[in-house]
Design a protein around this ligand. Structure first.
Ligand code: ZN
Length: 223
């Protein structure tokens, strides 16, 4: 009976730990390593400090077609393809590296909530690669920006326009976004009002010396 290589096991544990930190479900770890269920469950508890979630993995291909998930998964897939073909990282290592880069890109410009839930979870990213491998999805190329976007397999390529070039009317109108816009508008109004008041009390029409530049829209109100 061939004994299992300690070095191989060690590298699988490292890989599994990294995937757990990125949010992988137990089923993903079972598919990507040869470690036993019990060892993986123990590792999960050590890394996360809680039991692994139970239940089915998200199966739907349709999820990847709704506009925001579609943009995020297309970005992720393009990073993954690059990693898998042009870097030494292959397969599950390419997945980990690509997902880390995706998280970096997805949190850019979201300084106010850098640790918010990413649109594309690690498990969904893994599912997406599987969907590509089993030819359930394809890349369709946008007629306008020429970018490759995730689409249903066998969807007609002709006349395809992506969700960035033609966003749906409700795009960007989430509750969080609406709250942020209201806050920004409120701050801008407060700044404006103070300027008007300062101008009136000083009896001058020119801008007060204290604020030589235009008020920034998103600056938080000092009050
Ligand atoms: Zn486009």
């Amino acid at each position: 009976m061939a004994s299992k290589s300690v070095a191989k096991e060690a590298s699988e544990i490292m890989l599994a730990s990294e995937m757990i930190r990125l949010g992988a479900r137990l089923q993903v770890l079972q598919a990507e390593t040869s470690l036993s269920y019990d060892r993986l469950a123990r590792l999960y508890r050590e890394v996360k400090g809680c039991s692994p979630p139970k239940g089915m993995l998200p199966f739907s291909v349709d999820w990847f077609m709704t506009w925001l998930p579609n943009i995020h998964s297309s970005v992720f897939h393009s990073i993954y393809q690059f990693m898998d073909t042009r870097s030494p990282a292959k397969k599950s290592h390419a997945l980990v590296e690509a997902y880390r880069l995706y998280l970096e890109q997805a949190s850019t410009g979201r300084a106010d909530e850098p640790f918010g839930e990413p649109v594309l979870s690690f498990t969904r990213a893994w599912m997406l690669i599987r969907f590509f491998d089993s030819n359930m999805v394809q890349l369709s190329y946008c007629e306008r920006c020429k970018g490759g976007f995730v689409a249903h397999a066998h969807d007609p390529q002709k006349g395809f326009v992506c969700a960035i070039c033609r966003p749906p009317p409700r795009a960007g109108k989430t509750r969080a976004h609406a709250a942020a816009s209201t806050k920004a508008a409120g701050s801008a109004k407060a700044l404006l009002d103070k300027e008007v008041v300062a101008g009136l009390t000083a009896g001058k029409t020119r801008r007060p010396a204290k604020s030589p530049t235009l008020p920034v829209m998103a600056e938080p109100s000092p009050a």
